[in-house]
Design a protein around this ligand. Structure first.
Ligand code: NAD
Length: 337
């Protein structure tokens, strides 16, 4: 049993906690909160032990009627590995605390690549975990791109990938994010940082990215153009992608025309929180002109990194092969639409 702690119980942390709790080979020891808000109350309702992230705030939790099991330090003493799901930049501040406790750590994509021994995506770089003491699970967009580009590169070779990312302005619970009435280049410089981030996982793939931010909360949308070394048919590319468990090809006849319908579908089929752990590729969009492949895919930013965190724990803490870990994670969560 791998004993796991989750430090930072927000959008990603609460999903990672649920996913860890669903693994037969892992035990969720507890989660941390900084404030006794609705997230803390929900964690207790789910049966998770709550630890205070900031030592002198235990009184606030008690005043709010929320039982606290200990401090972050107590949690670190009780786990084999910690998954840091704190806001960007806080992971870097936490690093010395984890190191002082001798606890291996998994960080998220909002941190710089240098925070960990290696950047992780189960499809693109599972083996980097061998001998590592820490990993960074790459961001939602980088995860989505790595899952798509890895099989294309293996099957046909990639001469050059060019991707325009239309990013969600904020997550549904983030009332202070935007824009609310515009589509803005973000960053205004091209290429964006996403391409270099893909190269922390797939070092040999030539990829340029440009990014915009849009007034939506549900998902990111990627417009993808890949110049391949080979010239497969669109049907062959579709079959290749359909074979990947973490890529969902949205069938032409399904009537799914956007992120709203996708999320509606996820909720209808009983996905927790309406989560889509898979990249969602519009099957009709897969087109090949000579050696140029075009397609659209959507990425559910709150969810796609969740199975990757589970695999990162197994890769860091055991010698489980990639295929076995991915299969176990997928089966326990129900990944694969
Ligand atoms: P979030 O703000 O939703 O959650 C972070 C949680 O950490 C909050 O509950 C916050 O109160 C808590 N926190 C703050 N300081 C803390 C501390 N010192 N100790 C413990 N907890 C603390 O953020 P998020 O969206 O879950 O992002 C977490 C990480 O995951 C970031 O690196 C982010 O870039 C990355 N990520 C986010 C998304 C996304 O779309 N939300 C997708 C992929 C990766």
């Amino acid at each position: 049993m791998i004993r796991v702690g989750v430090n930072g119980y927000g959008t990603i942390g609460k999903r990672v906690a649920d996913a860890v709790a669903a693994q037969a080979d892992m035990e969720l020891v507890g989660v941390t909160k900084t404030t006794p808000n609705y997230g803390a109350e929900a964690a207790i309702r789910r049966g998770y032990d709550l630890y205070v992230a900031i030592d002198d705030r235990a009184d606030q939790f008690e005043a709010a009627g929320l039982k606290v099991t200990g401090t972050l330090s107590d949690l670190l003493d009780a786990v084999d590995v910690v998954v840091d799901c704190c806001p960007s930049g806080i992971g870097e501040r936490n690093r010395s605390i984890y190191e002082a406790h001798g606890v291996p750590a998994i960080y998220q994509g909002g941190e710089d690549a240098g925070i960990a021994d290696a950047s992780f995506n189960a499809r693109g770089s599972y083996e980097v975990a061998r001998g590592a003491d820490s990993l960074r699970v790459v961001s939602c967009n980088t995860t989505g791109l790595s899952r798509l580009l890895a099989p294309l590169d293996e099957a046909y070779g990639i001469e050059k990938a060019r991707v325009t990312l239309v990013r969600r302005g904020g997550d549904p619970s983030e009332t202070d994010r935007g824009p609310i009435n515009d589509v803005v280049p973000d960053p205004r410089t091209v290429p964006s940082h996403h391409g270099p981030d893909v190269n922390t996982v797939l070092s040999d793939v030539d990829v340029d990215t440009a990014a915009l931010r849009a007034p939506v909360t549900a998902m990111h949308t990627h417009s993808v153009n890949v110049t391949l070394d080979g010239d497969p048919s669109a049907a062959a590319v579709g079959a290749l992608l359909a074979d990947e468990s973490r890529l969902f090809l949205i069938p032409e006849g399904a009537g799914i025309d956007g992120a709203g319908a996708l999320k509606d579908y996820a909720a209808d089929v009983g996905r927790p929180r309406g989560d889509l752990w898979e990249n969602c590729v519009w099957e009709e969009s897969i087109s090949v002109e000579g050696r140029d492949l075009y397609l659209f895919q959507n990425v559910h930013q709150e969810a796609d990194v969740v199975p990757e965190n589970v695999d990162a724990i197994r890769a860091l803490m055991t010698d489980t092969p990639r295929e076995e870990s991915v299969a176990r994670t997928d089966e326990s969560l129900g990944v694969g639409l």
